[in-house]
Design a protein around this ligand. Structure first.
Ligand code: NAP
Length: 464
């Protein structure tokens, strides 16, 4: 018998559990998947945008793993709290795999970053995804113009949610307060701004194209931004995804040029000039240097115009531009957070490891592993976590004979209760699901997420 704790029930945690039970080397494996929240699925529940129903449906695959007889979901259990240290976990389990993701947003490091109205995109995502830690957050959407800084997939997500009408979100599980705020939103222009060119943008083409398909929204690209990008002259050196991105962006720039040449008659997406209720303006080669305020609230972002430096980066030109913004969302990437008792590489935001084995002072630590973003950094799509988890599990299984010789308690969940924790079991989660369906019914909608800790905990207890 090999008892393994997986910390984190997002995709990397669940793929780790799946990989462990699918292997045939250790037939008697049991996996407890612990999560700080009483709800499973990590960023699939709390990060994937509500209008991305196909990706959301991945929850069904993750669910099948958590319902396996050899796997147990244990929610509402935070490692690092009430004595549940990494050392304590190693007393309770033969091996522990940390799949805790990258929970913090990166900072811009420019003046004005903390003005009212300036938020990290991750806070905005948490709010419309009903993450209980974001229950107290409010977003004022009464301004006309929003700036999204960064051109990765998170930037595309928040831009799309700002531009999408609330009517289309009503059918999703978006929490009621966020739906009401989005329905009343006054935002008419969203500027999504990259510091480098479209040839270096991090978004993927499918996500980018969705912006052009939003009803009532027109996407605009400045031809002069594109003219700066040497990738247009020779895209052959670019990875396929960047080449495809360039084609899409070029199409929008051409639309813009046609419009100005033909009296503003046409439009990208399905919204021409006359009928577009909202505009998304994709901008490039603009580096944020300061957020400018008025009466303590953000009013504009000041950017320095950049130009390619010939080696994939950019340099400043000493020319500046301001874009009006009553709302600024900083979508410049995630960063891992150190977990007390585990080694941490501050610069990379990851736990030092070798093929998933945690390294303490450069030496593999018996029984401790990592997978997902805390192992490799916040990159890749959900599927990237599968091979990543597999590599870690291969390392763990190679060590299994040595690890399984050590005695561990037969009932680790009982031990967690004994030390004052209140684990939520799978049936508690099923109870939350039922409560969310009932909430939706009462609002005349489909299932609606419960957005706060008290609501989730009460719902989880209803079945105990
Ligand atoms: P990301 O892909 O790393 O993009 C970060 C963006 O911020 C880049 O454009 C980067 O520009 C820019 N940036 C960084 N520091 C900056 C600064 N100081 N000033 C201005 N711009 C700055 O990060 P992400 O968008 O948070 O996404 C994280 C991961 O989640 C990615 O792997 C992404 O694909 C994935 N994700 C996927 C989906 C989906 O599949 N639908 C949805 C959401 C997230 P530089 O390139 O110049 O550094």
């Amino acid at each position: 018998m090999l008892r393994v704790a997986v910390v984190g029930s997002g995709p990397s945690g669940v793929y780790t559990a799946q990989s462990l039970v699918q292997q045939s080397v250790v037939p008697g494996v049991r996996v407890d998947v612990l999560d700080r929240l009483p709800c499973p699925y990590g960023l699939v529940r709390y990060g994937v945008a509500p209008d991305h129903e196909k990706i959301k449906s991945l929850q069904q695959n993750l669910r099948a793993v958590l319902e396996d007889d050899r796997v147990e979901f244990i929610g509402n259990v935070e490692v690092g709290v009430r004595g549940l240290t990494p050392a304590r976990l190693l007393e309770l389990y033969h091996a522990v795999v940390y799949c805790v993701g990258a929970a913090r947003d990166r900072r811009l490091g420019v003046p004005g970053e903390d003005l009212a109205g300036s938020h990290s995109a991750t806070d905005f995502v948490s709010w419309y995804s009903a993450h209980p830690d974001a229950a107290g957050n409010g977003f004022r959407l009464d301004g006309r113009s929003a700036v999204v800084i960064g051109v990765g997939n998170v930037a595309v997500d928040v831009t799309r949610i700002l531009a999408r009408g609330a009517d289309e979100l009503r059918a999703t599980d978006v929490p009621q307060a966020a739906l009401a705020a989005l329905a009343a939103s006054g935002v008419r222009e969203v500027h999504m701004v990259g510091r480098r060119g479209p040839g270096q943008a991090k978004f993927t083409t499918k996500e980018l194209r969705e912006l052009g398909a939003l009803p009532g929204t027109r996407v605009e690209v400045e031809p002069e931004d594109l003219a700066l990008d040497p990738s247009f002259a020779d895209p052959s050196a670019l990875p396929a995804v960047n080449r495809r991105n360039l084609e899409v962006v070029r199409g929008w720039a051409t639309d813009a040029a046609d419009r100005s040449g033909a009296g503003d008659a046409g439009g990208s997406g399905d919204a021409g000039a006359a009928e577009a209720a909202r505009r998304i303006r994709l901008r490039f080669f603009l580096r944020p240097v300061e957020l400018l305020g008025e009466n303590g609230r953000v009013a504009a972002v000041r950017f320095e115009r950049t130009e390619p430096d010939g080696s994939g980066g950019v340099r400043g030109t000493g020319r500046y531009e301001e874009i009006e913004a009553q709302l600024v969302l900083r979508a410049v990437g995630y960063k891992g957070v150190a977990l007390a008792g585990l080694p941490f590489d501050e610069a990379r935001g990851t736990v030092p490891n070798e093929a998933g084995r945690v390294l303490r002072d450069g030496v593999p630590s018996a029984g401790e592993y990592v997978a997902g973003w805390i192992k490799r950094g916040p990159t890749g799509v959900i599927g990237t976590n599968r091979p990543c988890a597999k590599e870690t599990v291969t390392s763990l299984l190679a060590d299994a004979a040595e690890l399984a010789g050590r005695p561990v308690p037969a009932d680790p969940v009982g031990a967690l209760r004994d030390q004052g924790l209140e684990p939520v079991a799978w049936r508690g989660w099923l109870s939350i699901e039922r409560a969310e369906s009932a909430l939706g019914l009462s609002l005349g909608r489909g299932r609606v997420k419960i957005p706060d800790w008290a609501g989730l905990r009460t719902a989880a207890r209803e079945d105990t």
